[in-house]
Design a protein around this ligand. Sequence first.
Ligand SMILES: Cc1ncc(COP(=O)(O)O)c(C=O)c1O
Length: 341
Amino acid sequence: MFEHGGKLRAASGQFGIPLSDWVDLSTGIAPIPYPMPELPASVWQRLPEEEDGLLDAARGYYGAKNLLPVNGSQAAIMALPRLRAAGTVAVLFPGYGEYAPAWAAAGHGVIECTADEVLQKNADVIVLANPNNPDGQVFSREALLAAAERQAQRQGWLVVDEAFADVDSGHSLAAVAGTEAAKNVIVLRSLGKFFGLAGARVGFCIAAKDILNRLQDLLGPWPLANPARFAAKVGLGDTAWQINQRAYLCQASARLAALLRQYGLAPKGGTALFQYVPFQRGSEGVAALYTHFAQRGILVRRFTQPAALRFGLPDCEVAWTRLEAALRGAKMEKARDGKNP
Ligand SMILES: Cc1ncc(COP(=O)(O)O)c(C=O)c1O
């Protein structure tokens, strides 16, 4: 099974550090979440209703007409492969690790492709995240639309996961996915990252009506709980908060990139929510550095193939200070051992 970040309890047990003492940088979830107002009692008591305003809020925020709320974009990642007969699927690698197993489990032949290959691949379905997780690779809107057109000629799909596209949506296909111009484009969005509401499990699938109808049939009634619908509706409609959040995340990610650079871990890519640091020396160096941070109560995300660390954003000044101290310590150890990352 694909390993996710955010496993603080496991890290706490492994490194013998109490849960409350950790700085969790292992995810791409905004460290400051949308401030949820108190939920009315009816939200808990009543069954979800489609006309509760969520769809309008989402249409306004994404600029999209046809969308289906799902139980986290993960629910769509798992279900979409079951809407097609078995075929070939080009999946971006390195990328989010949930796509390949989901398509393979539904009987499709999965081909892992580099960023240079993926949009050119001769495949029934192309799946990628834009920007990509973990390396922040961005695909231009033009390149995506050209690939979508090629896919349309073979009744193929282009699936674009825009989980990290909220801060800079310049290359987003959300407004065109499923329209006449891009009928075979499916866009996935998440409230887990920018809104910091990963626990609410809210995502959207934006696609042509017939695809959404089939997805809805597969997922069944009430894919989203009422508290999650309520949370999403208020967050998606709060433009003032979104403007502040964008500014805050941009500033924090620039600060993180500069800090990593200062201590010899220059990021090779990233988004407003994380920075990606690949390692030439392979997974040994990554493991040592991961452990160095973890022993100081800082959980980062480790990748072995290719070897890399991913850093999320610290949530307060104390966390920034602790990260800097750990980076300084790592740099001193490296200098002592005569090694470079
Ligand atoms: C690229 C990408 N897509 C989708 C997801 C799943 O998001 P959600 O919480 O909406 O299921 C993640 C979670 O880490 C992700 O990184």
